[in-house]
Write a protein that binds this ligand. Structure first.
Ligand code: 4NP
Length: 151
């Protein structure tokens, strides 16, 4: 079982998008049983809230449901539980390392580091552009999944 935790600032826009996109990819490959995929926030801002309308609607149009997902904050325990803890931007990474107290096992990554063109994923909470965020998340999840399946 490969355990992946996606992380962003609020856990309502980007990290749940990555969570449900990757779940959909492994579902379609009939590999769901091999993966445990979840998402969490670095901040407390949105704890308990459902997925943002922009992410929810974009994924709904692609046939992907986010039902049952409510924002939660990442914990130090998550570092023990997960194999990959994957942030969306450099600020997430800094906050994730602050929460875990370090990354001695090299489990913390930025999603687009798995691609050939490393960069941050813009936060649609600020940009309003969920489509660009989706394109980046799709590219990152495809690259991540290739790496995980090659193992
Ligand atoms: P996310 O977007 O990190 O992609 O979930 C945000 C959602 C909420 C806030 C910031 C970013 N907020 O400050 O409440």
């Amino acid at each position: 079982m490969i355990k992946v935790l996606f992380v962003c600032l609020g856990n309502i826009c980007r990290s749940p998008m990555a969570e449900f996109v990757l779940k959909d990819m492994v579902d379609k490959l009939h590999r769901s049983a091999q993966f445990y995929i979840a998402s969490a926030a670095t901040s407390t801002e949105e704890i308990g809230n459902p997925v943002h309308y922009g992410t929810r609607e974009l994924l709904r149009r692609k046939g992907i449901s986010t039902a049952g997902k409510y924002a939660r904050q990442m914990t130090r325990q998550d570092y023990k539980e997960y194999d990959y803890l994957i942030g969306m931007d450099q600020w997430n990474i800094r906050n994730m390392v602050r929460i875990t107290g370090g990354d001695p096992e090299g489990k913390i990554f930025k999603l687009l580091d798995f691609t050939d063109h490393t960069r941050d994923i813009a936060d649609p909470w600020y940009t309003g552009d969920f489509e660009t965020t989706y394109a980046d998340i799709l590219e990152g999840c495809q690259a991540l999944l290739e790496k995980l399946l090659a193992k």
